[in-house]
Ligand binder design. Structure first.
Ligand code: GCU
Length: 573
């Protein structure tokens, strides 16, 4: 991982790339399925003049961008697609160069001039490969094979309730760094009034003097890295702490003898105490909403700053101080804009529904995605919760898997809260919802997805429903809601009308007010989103309609119902 990669970009490969759709992987596998020498990445011909592909005369697709929403022929396409772009490099002594990907869904293999640079599994986290010899001057060809085939042992697995958008879904760029550079760093408060920073250098000169500066706070502290290029710095500092109401951030500069890196960071503390979440030692109630990383107007992965500002602007309009970015790490811009707007963040890896819990490579893959998510966003003060899973069935194998994952997360980042979106069960009295999923013991905060009034029970029954849990921990109702077609009206009992959705929200809010250990919520969901599971003609047509905003940006009645409650809550702060 290269920290704060966007500060190292010298070339942005955004634009139209040549592509080849390759469902049979002819560009990679020979007749018997093994990689063969005449692959599309090689520019090699079985015999002179007999190349059976030609990127330069092939179709073009935008990068960043999923392929499904760019071409109706690719809407349902799952499989391999090849990307190729050409670029020129100038001689640049004393630098190292990396090609960096914000993400590629799902499995990517990368070649430079026909030579393999590396491969990456996981559709929602960044990766980078160093160019050998800093990338010699001259013309170069970058070829990327992306395969979004769903597989049982993958993370996520074969069944989800979102569109499996494939491709180079986020920015691709060329990074340049000094021979020895600050590869990773963490900076934050380890207690009120004290800044702690850890960093590691990468390169031939690992022992260096390094200085940390926060000019606006008059903080300067320095030290020497050890033989492994590692250094920890601690300093007392009077900093205004980041809060949703005052999302104050500071410019932080780290300067070594060979490198300088800077970014804007907020400082806050977060912990759980009993059934409360404390931000800067003050109890906070999380007024949230869940969202998918889908562009605000129409289908397709969201990737740009404009997408983020539109989606998160709707959350702010709703009265939120919190967003659940579901069910996978969203792009870095989304998280940075949330931080700027004063929105706390629940970030999650796609351990979703019933993955292959007892398959060791699946655990390794989940751990890798968790590690990449934490490494990328470790300096984002807006992120307060790492979510390990969503609606995972309570089995032995799952328990072992998630406890291992929780242990891994605590080692990687002991400063944030761990959570998961769990199920509750109805008690014998049929009026008490109980959250006692055994994985709760590994969590700091319980998340719970419930669809009372939609998938089960009548909305009115929520007037009598109580909630309990043996865990003395804060609860975030991570999903609740109902479907509605924007502009469809009728009586409160008719599903998919705006009136019914609003009615379910009113009943939910009535019930939620009575849960003593509720510390927040993130209703499902901010905006209607594409899902191949949603096929009801004239109503869903490939869209999950639980949005408070339609796929055309129309606010549904329930949007107002929730905003009204959030305004009331904000008024009580
Ligand atoms: C589940 C799941 C979501 C899904 C939602 C729904 O709880 O976590 O991914 O979209 O329910 O059914 O709409």
């Amino acid at each position: 991982m290269i920290q704060n990669a966007s500060a190292r970009v010298v070339r942005d490969f955004s634009g139209r790339w040549r592509v080849i759709v390759d469902p049979y992987e002819a560009g990679y596998r020979g007749f018997h399925g093994n990689p063969w020498p005449f692959g599309f990445f090689r520019d090699a011909e079985p015999r002179p003049g007999l190349a059976e592909y030609d990127f330069d005369r092939s179709e073009l697709l935008e990068v960043p961008g999923d392929w499904n929403s760019q071409d109706p022929r690719l809407l349902y396409y799952e499989g391999t697609l090849w990307y190729q772009t050409r670029f020129r490099l100038e001689e640049q002594p004393g630098v190292r160069r990396f090609v960096h990907f914000g993400a590629a869904n799902y499995h990517a293999m990368v070649w430079l001039d026909g030579k393999p640079l590396g491969e990456h599994e996981g559709g929602f986290t960044p990766f980078a490969f160093e160019l050998p010899g800093a990338g010699t001057a001259g013309e170069h060809v970058l070829t990327v094979k992306v395969d979004n085939t769903r597989r049982r042992e993958a993370v996520p697995t074969v069944s989800t309730d979102w569109w499996n958008y494939g491709g180079l879904t986020r920015e691709v760029s060329l990074l340049e760094v000094p021979e020895t550079f600050v590869r990773e760093y963490t900076v934050g408060l380890d207690r009120p009034g004290r800044v702690r920073a850890q960093l590691v250098l990468d390169g031939p000169r690992l022992r260096q003097m390094v200085q940390l500066r926060i000019p606006q706070a008059g903080l300067e502290v320095s030290g020497e890295t050890d033989d492994d290029g590692r250094l920890e710095l601690v300093a007392e500092a009077q900093l205004e702490r980041w809060t949703p109401a005052q999302p104050r951030r500071y410019r932080v500069e780290i300067t070594s003898e060979t490198d300088t890196i800077a970014e804007t960071v907020g400082f806050r503390t977060v912990r759980a105490l009993g059934t409360r979440i404390l931000l800067n030692d003050e109890p906070i109630f999380l007024r949230g909403v869940s969202l998918h990383e889908e562009s605000p107007f129409g289908p397709g992965r969201a990737w740009s700053e404009e997408h983020a500002r539109t989606l998160l602007g709707w959350a702010v309009e709703l009265g939120c101080n919190f967003v659940r970015l579901a069910h996978y790490p969203h792009n870095e811009t989304m998280v940075r804009v949330a931080e700027e707007l004063g929105l706390l963040v629940w970030a999650e890896i796609p351990v979703y529904w019933n993955i292959a819990w007892d398959h060791a490579p699946t655990l390794d893959c989940a751990k890798a995605q968790l590690g990449e998510m934490i490494a990328r966003d470790r300096n984002r003060c807006a992120v307060i919760l790492w979510s390990l899973s969503n609606e995972a069935p309570a089995t032995e194998a799952r328990q072992a898997f998630l406890s291992e994952l929780a242990g891994h997360a605590r080692v990687l980042d002991p400063t944030r809260l761990l959570t998961s979106a769990l199920f509750a069960r109805l008690d014998e009295d049929a009026e008490t919802m109980v959250i006692d999923d055994p994985v709760g013991e590994h969590l700091d905060v319980m998340g719970c997805n419930e669809y009372l009034g939609w998938y089960y029970r009548e909305p009115e029954e929520m007037d009598r429903i109580r909630w309990s849990s043996p865990y003395e921990k804060p609860l975030i109702m991570s999903e609740l809601g109902a479907g509605a077609v924007a502009g469809r009206h009728g009586d409160e009992s008719t599903p998919f009308t705006e009136e019914h959705q609003a009615h379910v929200y009113r009943k939910q809010i009535g019930m939620l007010r009575r849960i003593p250990f509720l510390a927040g919520l993130s209703p499902w969901i901010l905006k209607d989103f594409r899902s191949p599971r949603r096929v009801l003609p004239g109503t869903q047509d490939g869209w999950n309609r639980k949005g408070l905003v339609s796929d055309r940006g129309l606010r549904k009645r329930a949007f107002g119902v929730l905003r009204e409650w959030y305004q009331e809550l904000a008024g009580q702060e």
